[in-house]
Design a binder for this molecule. Structure first.
Ligand code: NAD
Length: 509
């Protein structure tokens, strides 16, 4: 099965370090071999881009921008429409490759490709709606309006956990806005990126889009740092850990460039005494164990009202007993492996820290062993009762560890939810309108995403996605997030016979 998918996306034969949207570019850089966390098998290799190839790719992107921004936006939209159509055809194959290279369940792999299709559809509509406003001028015979122009080259640095969807959120919107893009995927998932560029190449060839509009460069944080410092890149959109975001932000600020940051979360669901506990259970369990706890929106903390605490915890325990961990391509398994052995070490270290700080495990964790788990990347999803102020609880551990915290009053629960450095996703489970509205008010959750009767995990592409505080403040995907990929220009036009100055200033000579 996999062989044919690799062949379909021309992955086995490339060994390439870069792609300019029309062809793969062999690079004499360091070889990266991608091993699947599912079974530890080698999938294929590709090369890190070297500095010369990197410079050539960026220089070519700068040239490509001059042509691409002259293509009318609805025509750019039509190209994105064709990418969406091809993604529909390739959904099954690309979804399987995502699942095998990253380790998420096949359902989630397919869901990720569906998100790519959805953002293509959104971008097509947007291509006719890149609207500015008009204003009334204070001067007679004057007209004022604002318009939006593309920025230029958009650099996209992405994380391993959404290896393709996050790129598409950025690339499809950036390209429809008239930008060209350069993508550096995670060094942990290089092959799914190669497959995406294969799809782009087919559409670009058919439409004679010049090389350089949509580029791929493979590499690690060194290549990411080249991008952050590169004055030829007008916007850096970076998704990953807060540590990475701080480094990128500093480098981009140093050249007064633009940055869009999508960083770590530490997401909580408040479960009120007025919650539908069965619905809450689905939201909490999927949020905590989906993608093996490796989503930026994964549920890390449950803040549960004391009146329903025991009842809910017993439901949770019985749900956890039914969870199956194993090959994510097999439909019966709820969660697959962590991305690599380092992630397992981090998970085990977090468990030690929780114990040291006084946390009590009500569902024990640990590494899974045996033939089924031969890659060494499988762990048990676990649950611990903790205090919100433990140092380990304040951090994002990218693994299926769920923390439980009790509360008495909603104001206290909201304060606990907000009392972490991150601010991505939050939720309340309640059938009480007053509670729901307080949670959504300015006195409520301080996150970029706040949900009612839905968990924290996952989001639809139609809304602007992103978070506050150490999550970085960026917004991507739907709503008016497209404005981050454009520059605003205010225009004032005088169609009269004299030149009055603003604010009535007199200047006669
Ligand atoms: P990571 O920070 O290790 O790497 C992310 C990307 O940044 C990779 O491409 C990596 O090569 C690059 N990178 C790392 N250090 C860099 C540096 N100093 N300069 C330039 N580039 C650098 O993150 P990861 O382990 O791949 O992903 C997990 C993290 O991503 C979690 O914290 C998760 O919450 C976050 N994430 C956030 C969102 C969001 O939308 N908020 C979405 C997905 C993942």
């Amino acid at each position: 099965m996999l062989e044919s998918i690799l062949e379909e996306f021309s992955i086995k034969e490339t060994n390439a370090g870069a792609h300019n949207g029309r062809q793969t570019i062999p690079t004499p850089g360091e070889l990266i071999t991608s091993f699947s966390p599912v079974d530890g098998q080698e999938i294929a290799s590709t090369c890190f881009v070297n500095k010369d190839t990197y410079d050539a790719i960026i220089a070519n992107a700068v040239l490509a921008f001059q042509e691409w921004n002259a293509v009318p936006a609805p025509k750019r939209g039509d190209i994105i429409r064709q990418i969406g159509a091809l993604l529909r055809e390739e959904k099954e194959s690309l979804g399987k490759l995502v699942s095998y290279e990253m380790g998420k369940s096949l359902q989630e792999g397919l869901g990720e490709v569906q998100e790519m299709i959805d953002i293509c559809d959104f971008a097509v509509g947007l291509s006719r709606q890149l609207h500015g406003s008009t204003m009334h001028s204070e001067r007679a015979n004057h007209r004022m309006y604002e318009q939006w122009h593309p920025l230029g080259v958009v650099g996209i640095i992405s994380a391993f956990n959404f290896p393709v969807a996050v790129w598409s959120w950025n690339a499809m919107i950036a390209m429809v806005c008239g930008n060209v893009c350069v993508w550096k995927p995670s060094e942990k998932t290089p092959l799914t990126a190669q497959a995406c560029l294969h799809i782009i190449q087919k559409v670009f060839e058919k439409n004679n889009v010049r090389p350089g509009v949509c580029n791929l460069i493979q590499g690690d944080k060194e290549v990411g740092a080249w991008m952050a410092a590169d004055t030829r890149i007008n916007l850096i959109s970076a998704t990953g850990s807060t540590k990475m975001g701080k480094a990128v932000n500093l480098a981009v600020a140093n050249r007064l460039g633009k940055c869009l940051l999508e960083l770590g979360g530490n997401n909580a669901i408040i479960i009120s005494k007025d919650a539908d506990l069965n619905m809450s259970l689905i939201g909490a369990v999927f949020g905590a164990v989906g993608t093996a706890g490796q989503r930026c929106t994964s549920t890390r903390r449950l803040i549960i009202h004391e009146d329903v605490y025991d009842d809910f915890v017993s439901k949770l325990k019985s749900a956890y007993q039914q969870l199956k961990v194993g090959n994510p391509l097999e439909a019966e398994n709820h969660l697959g492996p962590l991305i690599d052995k380092d992630a397992v070490i981090n998970y085990l270290h977090a468990i030690e820290e929780i114990k040291k700080e006084g946390g009590k495990f009500i569902v024990e964790g640990g590494e899974l062993e045996g033939n089924k788990y031969a890659s060494g990347c499988y762990v048990k999803p676990c649950i611990a009762e903790v205090e919100n102020n433990y140092a380990i609880v304040q951090k994002e551990t990218f693994a299926p560890i769920l923390y439980l915290i009790r509360y008495k009053k909603l104001e206290e629960a909201i304060a606990l939810q907000n009392d972490v450095p991150q601010g991505l996703s939050s939720a309340i489970m309640t059938l009480n309108l007053r509670e729901a509205e307080l949670f959504l008010s300015a006195k409520g959750a301080d996150c970029g995403i706040a949900n009612v009767n839905i968990g924290t995990s996952g989001a639809e592409i139609g809304g602007a996605f992103g978070g506050e505080k150490e999550t970085g403040g960026g917004r991507e995907s739907g709503s008016d997030a497209w404005k981050s990929y454009m520059r605003r220009q205010t225009n004032t036009i005088n169609y009269g016979n004299n030149l009055p100055l603003a604010q009535g200033i007199k200047f006669d000579f």
